[in-house]
Design a binder for this molecule. Structure first.
Ligand code: SF4
Length: 325
């Protein structure tokens, strides 16, 4: 999701480009005001990915976004006051062949009841709300829908999505909402989304974290790559955990290798190992391995030693070997 004002068209375009470069296949964009949907109309023809307009409360913004060329709108029908307004949005989406993501989240469940809802009942209520909205869309003859139910809790996210997958036949968007700062969001997001994706649940994902959306995207891509759902486009660095055999600063060496690999665009597996006793064997499935000894390292390619290099030459020699492969 973009995180600059949509009306700042050039910055918005720049961020979309960064997100696409980082691996985004579709980008969500906030359109809280009339000026934002007007900006969206100018942005759509200048980008190569589908844009999703994020709608809160306003039927007018939803219809404007549809007319502006959004590929999909994200809507929580519970935020739209009248059924007629929801029907107007559905009709506009139908006329423009635009999809609608029906979003339900725990916070809106709380708002609807005006009472704190016990944890044990929240998933049931989210599911009931989703069922009611899906029915509303189907009654209007609209089935280009994507379902998403979000909570900030890992277990409830897994449970509600499993139940949605069992109950409905529509695509599902996954996300763990308000997951925190990137360092805090990484593991809960990977557990929640990874568990569901491994079960075959989920068609699109978003990792939510405060700050740079490129970091969110990188995390999402990592999850997909780890599950074999996305091909790795860049080198993968594996590093041994180190032990009493380690004679050099492996973390420092791994950081140097990581930095050097940032410039490499091809997918490959590079290992940094802290010894020459077990390192070569443990890194045998890596494309390249640096097995460090005191003041020097042995360089391996596909399990075969190709060079012995002094410490200062480790990075240049590794890059040379990568370039030659
Ligand atoms: S590769 Fe060597 S240093 Fe690293 S954990 Fe294994 S035995 Fe220890």
């Amino acid at each position: 999701m973009t995180k600059v004002p949509t009306t700042d068209i050039e910055r918005c375009l720049g961020q979309i480009e960064e997100l696409v470069r980082a691996g985004c296949a579709l980008v969500r964009i906030a359109v809280p005001r009339r000026a934002d949907t007007a900006a969206l109309a100018q942005i759509v023809p200048r980008v190569g990915v589908p844009l999703i307009a994020d709608i809160h409360f306003s039927p007018a913004r939803a219809i404007e976004a549809i007319e502006a060329g959004a590929a999909k709108i994200r809507l929580n029908p519970g935020n739209i006051k009248s059924r007629d307004d929801i029907y107007r949005i559905i009709d506009a989406a139908k006329a423009h062949d635009v999809a609608i993501r029906i979003g339900v989240n725990e916070a809106s469940i709380r708002d609807l009841t005006r009472e704190p809802v016990p944890l044990a009942e929240r998933v049931d209520l989210m599911l009931a709300e989703m069922r009611q909205y899906v029915q509303l869309f189907e009654d209007r003859g609209f089935e280009r829908i994507v379902l998403s139910a979000k909570t900030s809790d890992v277990l409830r996210t897994i449970e509600v999505n499993r139940r949605i997958a069992a109950a409905f036949r529509y695509p599902i968007h996954l996300g763990l909402t308000h997951a925190g700062l990137p360092e805090d969001a990484r593991i809960p997001s990977a557990v929640a989304l990874g568990t569901l994706l491994a079960e075959g649940i989920g068609d699109t994902i978003r990792v939510s974290a405060a700050g740079d959306p490129v970091i969110e995207t990188a995390m999402a891509v990592e999850i997909l790559v780890a599950l074999g759902l996305r091909e790795r486009r860049r080198p993968e660095l594996i590093v041994c955990p180190t032990c009493g055999r380690t004679e050099i600063d492996v973390v420092k060496l791994a950081r140097q290798v990581e930095e050097a690999l940032r410039r490499i665009e091809k997918p490959c597996r590079v290992a940094v190992m802290g010894c020459v006793v077990n390192g070569p064997g443990e890194a045998a499935d890596a494309d390249f391995a640096v097995c460090a000894a005191k003041d020097k390292a042995y360089l391996y390619r596909h399990g075969q030693r190709i060079a012995t290099v002094p410490e200062a030459q480790i990075i240049p020699k590794l890059l040379e070997a990568l370039a030659a492969s």
